[in-house]
Write a protein of this length. Structure first.
Ligand SMILES: Cc1cc2nc3c(=O)[nH]c(=O)nc-3n(C[C@H](O)[C@H](O)[C@H](O)COP(=O)(O)OP(=O)(O)OC[C@H]3O[C@@H](n4cnc5c(N)ncnc54)[C@H](O)[C@@H]3O)c2cc1C
Length: 383
């Protein structure tokens, strides 16, 4: 990579998710920031399942990038080939980068994450799936992790009489480094809503229909339980997006697709290339961790810029792993969670206040400079 230009160095941020928007905004005053993102809006996917059951939330979770940066620019394109100092976009345009930030996150099956670039198309897709779900009497969720548990809760909050069944090969719900008492509490609440939870046995074969498409089917678990449903959703499958790495950066891509980073969140072997969020090996794959990593990455790039020719001698900040904590809503008013600093589980009222009612939309609307939109009539109550 060439020496950074002394006046206003260029920072190219790939990916405008939770990690990328925070880094881009934080460096807007000291660098020429270019944020590359294929979508025309930031997607607050933490609330995507709420928007599936209540599409009045759609305008609140697709937030245009127009108000994010005052000085820098957002390029609607996709990184196709990326080496240490040079980014080639899908359009063929080339960007030179004094500092490069890899924040391309992960994909996850719809509806938890969107695979559509234009907001208008994404809304249409969600509305179609909402209609299919509304018409289905019986729903199968394959996967009982956080997404499966949340989706079961969202469906039951809107349609209490729908039959909802969850299947997982794991022996308990939620997975991850979480307390058995939390998993038991989530199971208790799901049972109270009438959700059938089948654990410890995978399906013999996947349903014959596509996920999210209407059509009755019967499947069987290996333990022999039959489930008949009218629609199903895949609630597992986080895949890091890093297939664009080339040249000297290709070696930083691990066998599972994650990008190897040092404690300072630099890509292994690179001084001015950083990676964070779901695409990196930095921590658990949660937006909260991505936000905390963004503070470290932006601070380190700022320090390097300010040090100028003396950059080689400065000590960069190290990212500290976040202790296990989680907030799992079951609909707007239910759910539980655990905090690192407390033995007690979060009661439903606290979960509703922290996340379940407003799904934290306002803080992202503020970051993106979008006036907070009111929920559509009939939407969940505000926290
Ligand atoms: C249903 C659901 C609920 C969740 N709830 C929570 C929660 O309550 N709290 C929490 O902390 N976490 C939660 N998570 C996890 C959280 O969503 C992720 O950890 C978070 O999205 C990671 O942010 P990121 O910026 O690293 O990646 P992403 O959010 O995946 O963003 C990556 C961006 O990069 C873009 N991109 C992809 N490829 C390219 C390319 N080649 N060039 C340029 N740009 C590209 C994508 O379009 C995307 O906008 C939830 C996840 C799901 C699915």
């Amino acid at each position: 990579m060439s020496e950074p230009s002394p006046a206003r160095p260029s920072v190219v941020v790939l990916g405008g998710g939770y990690a990328g928007i925070n880094v881009a905004k934080s460096l807007d005053d000291v660098a020429d920031v270019v944020l590359v993102e294929p979508k025309d809006a930031f997607v607050h996917n933490v609330a995507a399942l709420r928007a599936l059951v209540d599409p009045g939330w759609l305008p609140r979770i697709y937030l245009p990038y127009g108000g994010l940066l005052s000085h820098g620019r957002v390029v609607q394109d996709r990184a196709a080939k990326v080496d240490a100092g040079r980014v080639t976009l899908a359009s063929g345009e080339e960007l030179a980068a004094d500092y490069l930030v890899l924040a391309t996150g992960s994909s996850y099956p719809f509806p938890a994450k969107s695979d559509v670039d234009r907001t208008v198309d994404a809304h249409e897709k969600t509305l179609g799936t909402h209609a299919a779900l509304a018409a289905a009497a019986r729903v199968l969720l394959v996967g009982a992790g956080a997404v499966g548990v949340e989706l079961a809760g969202e469906i039951k909050a809107v349609w209490p009489s729908k039959q909802v069944t969850m299947v997982d090969v794991a022996d308990d719900v939620l997975g991850g480094p979480f307390r058995p008492e939390l998993k038991a509490e989530l199971r208790r609440q799901l049972a109270g809503l009438g959700v059938q939870v089948l654990l410890g046995s995978p399906l013999v074969a996947a349903p014959p229909t596509e996920p999210g498409e209407p059509g009755a089917f019967t499947v069987q678990t290996q333990a022999g339980t039959e489930v008949t449903a009218d629609i199903w959703f895949r609630c597992y499958g986080v895949i890091p997006v890093s297939d664009y790495l080339a040249g000297g950066l290709a070696g930083a891509r691990g066998a599972d697709g994650h990008i190897e980073v040092t404690p300072t969140l630099q890509v292994a072997g690179q001084d001015r290339v950083f990676a964070l969020g779901d695409v990196s090996t930095a921590d658990r794959k949660v937006a909260g961790a991505a936000g905390r990593q963004a503070v470290v990455v932006a601070g380190n790039i700022r320090a390097l810029i300010e040090a100028g020719p003396d950059a080689a001698g400065i000590a960069l900040a190290e990212y500290e792993l976040s202790p296990p904590g989680i907030v799992v809503p079951i609909g707007p008013e239910g759910g539980s969670g655990q905090r690192p600093d407390s033995e007690d589980l979060l009661p439903p009222e606290m979960v509703a206040q922290l996340k379940g009612r407003d799904m934290m939309v306002d803080r992202f609307a503020e970051l993106l400079g979008v006036p907070a939109a009111a929920p559509a009539p009939g939407g969940p109550p505000e926290g």
